[in-house]
Design a protein. Structure first.
Length: 342
């Protein structure tokens, strides 16, 4: 995401990958104003968090039982405890990025995997979740100014951002390959399996940079990887459906959304493998982001690990078709994208 040129390209690729979805209503309000939030509790069920509500087929709505954990709650900063709220920043304005954050099927409610996860963490901490919606830039302004406690918005952990923020990781930052369900081809992590294939990618994106590096390596070995460009994502998916390309290479969450939405069509697709958005040298991580020295990263990481250990984390990922981005544990300030690639 956009702290530097590379992450800006990734962000644009993700937004392009979801621009074709039914987000026509846009997101209500200006930067910092909350769109209506999806239900935080199930019907008449205290301690229950509903994930996947109003997702328009992007997720399986699931009620998860999430009791407060006093021992973790006790580690919260006093100011947050006294407020009784966890103010969650989402950088979804103006168009959203399904399945991460977008306007739901009622055309007014902000839903998605990211606000859902923020509500799960708030439940463990015994805090009322207050979701505020921003543009990407104003999301960080909100954290800097104290208007929000923490950002849950597909924020990549980078060494550059650690100068101002502290992190609690909760998801892998992955790119993915989408192929027809009828195809037997799978990306194994070795670029050699791309020899002889034709792959579509968005121009000016992080994934294009990675794909072109692989193309150059294969070409040096006398092997061919054909890279195709289309004016928009619809063009890539039409080419995939018609068999003109073997795969589309893009942000993994956007692929998860498209696979779920076209599962019942005559030409369904599947996720054919993933790779870190940081490339082959480092597993990129998505992290809850709070102001440096705020004291929030530790209790948030503890809450995430509680969700992992008790199964709600896996259920949340499964509901949003993002199980291939699971992490075994949440880490406070883990190694991030280096300064020369962050």
């Amino acid at each position: 995401m956009p702290s530097t040129r590379l992450r800006s390209r990734f962000s644009r690729g993700l937004l392009a990958a979801t621009a074709v979805t039914a987000l026509a209503a846009g997101l209500a309000g200006c930067g910092g104003d909350s769109a209506a939030s999806a239900p935080s509790t199930g019907k008449n069920a205290p301690g229950t968090v509903t994930v996947g509500a109003l997702s328009n087929g992007a997720a399986r709505q699931t009620d998860l039982t999430v009791p407060v954990v006093p021992a973790i709650r006790a580690h919260l900063p006093k100011a947050v405890l006294d407020s009784g709220e966890l103010v969650i920043g989402i950088g979804a304005l103006p168009a959203g990025s399904a399945p991460l954050n977008f306007i739901g099927s009622d055309q007014r409610t902000l839903t998605g995997s990211e606000p859902d996860f923020g509500r799960l963490v708030a439940a463990v901490l015994g805090l009322k979740p207050v979701v505020k919606n921003f543009t990407w830039e104003n999301l960080f302004v909100g954290i800097d100014s104290g208007r929000t406690n923490v950002g849950f918005s597909n924020i990549t952990d980078t060494e550059e951002r650690k100068k101002k923020y502290e992190f609690a990781s909760y998801r892998q930052d992955n790119l993915g390959f989408e192929a027809l369900k009828s195809s037997t081809w799978t990306f194994t992590g070795d670029y050699q399996v791309l020899a002889g294939k034709t792959v579509a990618v968005g121009a000016g994106t992080n994934q294009e940079k990675i794909l072109l590096e692989w193309q150059a390596k294969l070409r040096a070995q006398g092997k061919q990887l054909t890279v195709k460009y289309f004016p928009d994502l619809n063009g890539s998916y039409l080419a995939l459906s018609s068999g003109k390309i073997d795969a589309y290479f893009g942000p993994n969450p956007g692929i998860a959304y498209h696979v779920a939405r076209n599962a019942s069509t005559s030409r369904p697709t599947r996720n054919a493998g993933t790779i870190s958005g940081a490339g082959t040298t480092l597993q990129g991580l998505i992290a809850a982001t709070s102001k440096k020295d705020s004291g929030l990263a530790r209790p948030i990481a503890e809450a995430i690990n509680h969700l992992i250990q008790n199964g709600q984390y896996a259920q949340w990922l499964a509901a949003w078709n993002l199980a291939n981005e699971a992490v075994p544990t949440s880490q406070v300030n883990p190694p991030g994208l280096p300064l020369d690639n962050s």
